[in-house]
Design a protein around this ligand. Structure first.
Ligand SMILES: [Zn+2]
Length: 346
């Protein structure tokens, strides 16, 4: 038995002992978990008991944004050694699947993703994971930053999908953690400037600390007006929808230049009104993002290089013993909180 933060059922968390498999297979490593980020999806399972068709039917360990230290390696593992500091990609596909062979392992129907029912997450002192989905972090990247690689990889997937040309102007709708990660990834990918919109002034102020990110408070001015003014009436090259709000789809194409790109990152909980004629008249290219593939190493590289600093986005750190308090705070959705983290050891 090991200790873990267990979601017993909707609305009920317990820090308790649970049986988790810890045998190290030939291609696996065992990791002593250091830091785990609290994700919106973890909180949603806590408060709602389900995300879409994924329903919590039995107790499940939460947490999927993690960094730690390798403490054991399988007999076939050559890429990692005991003592390596690492972060882990939480989704493990079937290595023989058609999607995996195509390099799009994130959309493999058989993918097993931490803290997505029925798969346990990693808010527990040790986990076993395939070495192929475990990435070294250099000494100048902290465990806290290592645990930010997972959400940042979503931003990089969005920037990759956008196929940014250097000097592009981008708009990010939604200033939550993923919106900010997307804006930072768009800048790292070559955008000259990024406008980020939201209703929440505190969230916008956090994003606005970064050079190149321009906050737009849509309670004060219509986003389309700002973008038109700032682009001499031409429109932005890339629009990232990162709010998941159905309202974001109203007038979406007014933001875009002719021949621009729309990248859908935010996952609406229901169907939305999508203006097909407006998209055709602009001959928009439309891309979608589901998690990430082949972006963890790139995320680590950008953080290690100093080009992307995610530290200002860490709003609070809790000890493992205070995990439930961390989730209760995250569930409040305080406007100043971007990312809360849980530390399992010093
Ligand atoms: Zn996450």
């Amino acid at each position: 038995m090991v200790q873990a933060l267990v979601l017993e059922k909707k609305g009920e968390l317990a820090l308790r002992d649970i049986d988790l498999p810890l045998e190290v297979g030939p291609d696996d490593v065992k990791i002593a978990i250091h830091t785990v980020g609290v994700c919106g999806s973890d909180v949603h399972y806590y408060t709602h008991g389900a995300i879409g068709s994924f329903v919590v039917r039995e107790p499940m360990v939460l947490g999927h944004e993690a960094a730690g230290t390798v403490v054991a390696v399988g007999s076939q593992v050559k890429s990692l050694a005991v003592g390596d500091r690492v972060c882990m990609e939480p989704g493990v596909p079937n290595m023989n699947s058609r999607a995996t062979k195509l390099g799009i392992y994130n959309v493999d129907p058989d993918v097993r993703f931490w803290a997505t029912p029925p798969v346990h997450g990693v808010l527990t002192p040790e986990v076993v994971h395939p070495a192929a989905f475990t990435y070294k972090i250099p000494d100048n990247v902290s465990f806290a930053e290592g645990a930010m690689v997972e959400p940042f990889a979503v931003g990089l997937q969005a920037a990759t999908r956008a196929r940014i040309t250097p000097g592009d102007v981008a708009v990010v709708i939604g200033c939550g953690p993923i919106g900010i990660m997307t804006a930072l990834a768009a800048l790292a990918g070559g955008c000259a400037r990024v406008y980020i919109s939201d209703l929440s002034a505190p969230k916008l102020a956090i994003a606005g600390q970064y050079p190149g990110i321009h906050p737009v408070n849509i309670t004060q001015q219509p986003l389309a007006e700002v973008i038109s003014r700032e682009t001499d009436g031409w429109g932005a090259d890339v629009i990232f929808e990162a709010s998941g709000s159905p309202r974001a789809y109203d007038g979406l194409f007014d933001l875009m230049r002719p021949g621009g790109t729309l990248v859908l990152v935010g996952l609406p909980v229901e169907r939305v009104n999508f203006d097909v004629p407006a998209s055709i008249i602009k001959e928009a290219r439309i891309e979608t993002v589901f998690r990430y593939a082949n972006n963890f190493d790139r995320a680590v590289n950008l953080i290690a290089s100093g080009k992307v600093d995610l530290k200002p986005l860490i709003s609070g750190t809790f000890d493992f013993a205070e995990s439930i308090a961390a989730f209760d705070r995250a569930a409040k959705g305080l406007p100043d909180d971007v990312k809360l983290q849980i530390r399992l050891r010093d």
